[in-house]
Design a protein around this ligand. Sequence first.
Ligand code: CA
Length: 477
Amino acid sequence: MRLASLLAAFFLFITQALAQTSAVNAPRPNIVYIVADDLGWKDVGFNGATDIKTPNIDALAAGGAKLDQFYVQPMCTPTRAALMTGRYPFRYGLQTAVIPSTSSYGLNTDEWLLPQALKEAGYDTAIIGKWHLGHADKKFWPRQRGFDYQYGAMIGELDYFTHDEKGVLDWFRNNEPVREEGYTTTLLGADAVKYIQQHGKKNPFFLYLTFNAPHTPYQAPKEYVDRFPNIEEPTRRIYAGMISALDDEVGRVVQALDKAGLRDNTLIVFHSDNGGTRNAMFAGVMADMSKVKIPCDNGPYREGKGTLFEGAVRVCAIANWPGKIAPGSREDIVHAVDMYPTIAGLAGASTAKCKPLDGIDAWGVLAQNTPSGRKEFVYNIEPFRAAIRDGDWKLIWRTLLPSSVDLYNIKDDPSETKNLAAQYPERVAAMQKKIEELARQAEKPLFLIDQFKVVQHGMHGQPVLPTDEDYSGVETP
Ligand code: CA
């Protein structure tokens, strides 16, 4: 008995020592994680935009890893959930649509989020920008989920100048409403610069900088729109101005890191949360899409936001860290869920409190283009449609009647023009079997449950934000 407890103590000691060794050996960089909102794959210079200029984002791409197969979820909330949990959204009911401003559900509080893991490892953590993982109860808010500092919007879309949706202010600093003048992109960039300047070199930091640009409504200051006299189509010209403003702020953030002497120890990640909108149904609720021409361009990729085609989920993406990430393109698949274990590994942060991760550490791909081993992933699992990837093969299965099955070889046919389902019935059957297995593990979409309640109890039209009486949860000290 005594020997058994001695052995147990010994193994505990060894385990802790190994954990500490990995933390000590980790490079512990600062992490500036920049997310754009509904940015088209081809609406950045480094992917071939000719009318829109993005010199600062292009410089990050030229000096870093350009991720040619970086996958996210088809819409805002699911992608942000995947980033924060390292787990597919179908596991906790966030796989369908976004959290509407009129709804009160959020990302389950029993998930152990990336900022919590990083904070536990001694990082300072900040979110500057849009959250979109629950707004109606403060228990879902970022400061209750591991972020020391918060500035920006809780819901999904807002007016760029008045910072409200339908008259309800959605602009907060450290959970307190803020009324101020300014264009959201400029305000968020300026706040990120201030954060970097004031932070200095004490603890490493994780700055999650989530612009709402260039999501609808299409709004930009005149001086930005005026940069694009070459673009005739009026909405595309405004959209170009929005992206140009975003690019300016990315440049200011990089400059601030340089000035603070932090650039060589900072990993910068940049990507869109989903592809550009190609269907007015998915554009959002604030813009009157009957009056505008959809401006986004996903290049060779089919369709856009909200679908299961590549245009929705294969997004422009960069990882940049001078001296640590070799410049060049990466062909390997990297999925949004991989970023949690990748960043945790760099930070020496433990993932022991996470539920089983879907992500794998992709640092080798980012740094040196060594294979990640990721050959398959889940595009999404919903009760009415699903898609998975197995090597170069992608199956899309729509189960609502009339049902349909698409099989594409993404390597040969990245634009998804040749449906090969009829030619490969055995492959289709095997992939459908896999989808059935995954669907049995899935939680029901909270969006659908919520929409049934709306139908039963009547529509409620205003965004829901908590009052002080609704307060629950504990703020990050
Ligand atoms: Ca989005």
